[in-house]
Design a protein around this ligand. Structure first.
Ligand SMILES: Nc1ncnc2c1ncn2[C@@H]1O[C@H](COP(=O)(O)OP(=O)(O)O)[C@@H](O)[C@H]1O
Ligand SMILES: [Mg+2]
Length: 246
């Protein structure tokens, strides 16, 4: 049985009084891979930031693991956030070694000594970068940088991995490698994955379910491949068939 991880009720996010996201109802279950799709400006990153508790909704409720996050104090929100890991299109690396970049999240969580070392080693090996520990993280290629970003995730073993267009700037070989790693993280750590992607093929390859946002509204949430073969609305159909111009 799948457990509900997130529950959103009538969530509205406004910037300068302008609503940019409205999600009437959304449930996300544990141990699934969700793709979040939609044109530019449709609210995908805004949704991810709300789920990551980086930002708060202007209205409505976000319940995470049964906790109403809007009513939770800072220490509870921090504890909840520590179960998540977010990777962006452009990952921010500290100007230090790959090793230090991967160990940072563990040190934040109070892990040190031999456990710290073995978790960093294991994470670098997981992404095929065992030899990269001493390299400067700012000197890596785009694909290597995203692999280090995933190594950070592997090290902290998050319940939830939030990926905001993680492969948007990568060459096809790197895209394939990152997709395999995401799949393996999901399978071995049982991490729930939310991936924002412009790439419909990527959504097909990776996701169990797809969520389609359009002009700030959640239009459809359907299993893959049904959303591609039997979209529930005309606007979803235009998007997945490639006839939507955006
Ligand atoms: N910090 C912000 N301040 C003001 N407007 C914002 C901010 N972040 C996003 N927006 C606006 O909210 C809308 C949705 O943005 P976003 O969630 O980034 O879309 P997507 O990720 O789907 O491209 C856009 O119109 C964007 O301009
Ligand atoms: Mg975005």
């Amino acid at each position: 049985m799948h457990k509900t991880l997130f529950e959103l009720e009538d969530v509205i996010k406004k910037y300068d009084k302008v609503p940019v996201l409205h999600v009437k109802n959304l449930k996300l279950e544990e141990n699934e891979i969700y793709a979040i799709m939609g044109p530019n400006g449709s609210g995908k990153s805004t949704l991810l930031k709300l789920l990551n508790l980086l930002d708060e909704p202007s209205h409505g409720k976000i319940i995470f693991q049964g906790v109403d996050t809007g009513k939770a104090g800072d220490s509870v929100r921090l504890r909840l956030r520590r179960q998540m890991c977010m990777v962006f299109q452009h990952t921010y690396m500290f100007n230090t070694s790959v090793y230090n970049n991967v160990s940072y999240g563990l040190r934040l969580r109070g892990i040190k000594g031999p456990e710290l070392q073995s978790r960093v080693k294991e994470a670098l090996s997981f992404v095929g970068m065992s030899d990269f520990g001493k390299r400067n993280a700012l000197k890596l290629s785009g694909g290597e940088t995203q692999r280090v970003a995933l190594a950070r995730a592997v090290a902290i073993r998050p319940r939830i991995l939030l990926l905001d267009e993680p492969t948007a700037n990568l060459d096809p070989d790197s895209v394939a490698l990152i997709e395999r790693l995401v799949q393996r993280i999901h399978e071995t750590i049982h991490t729930t994955v939310l991936i924002v992607t412009h790439n419909l093929f990527q959504a097909k390859r990776l996701a169990d379910e797809a969520i389609f946002l359009y002009e700030g509204n959640l239009i459809e949430k359907s299993p893959v491949p049904q959303i591609f073969t039997e979209p529930q609305s005309e606007v979803t159909r235009r998007f997945v068939s490639g006839t939507m111009v955006y």
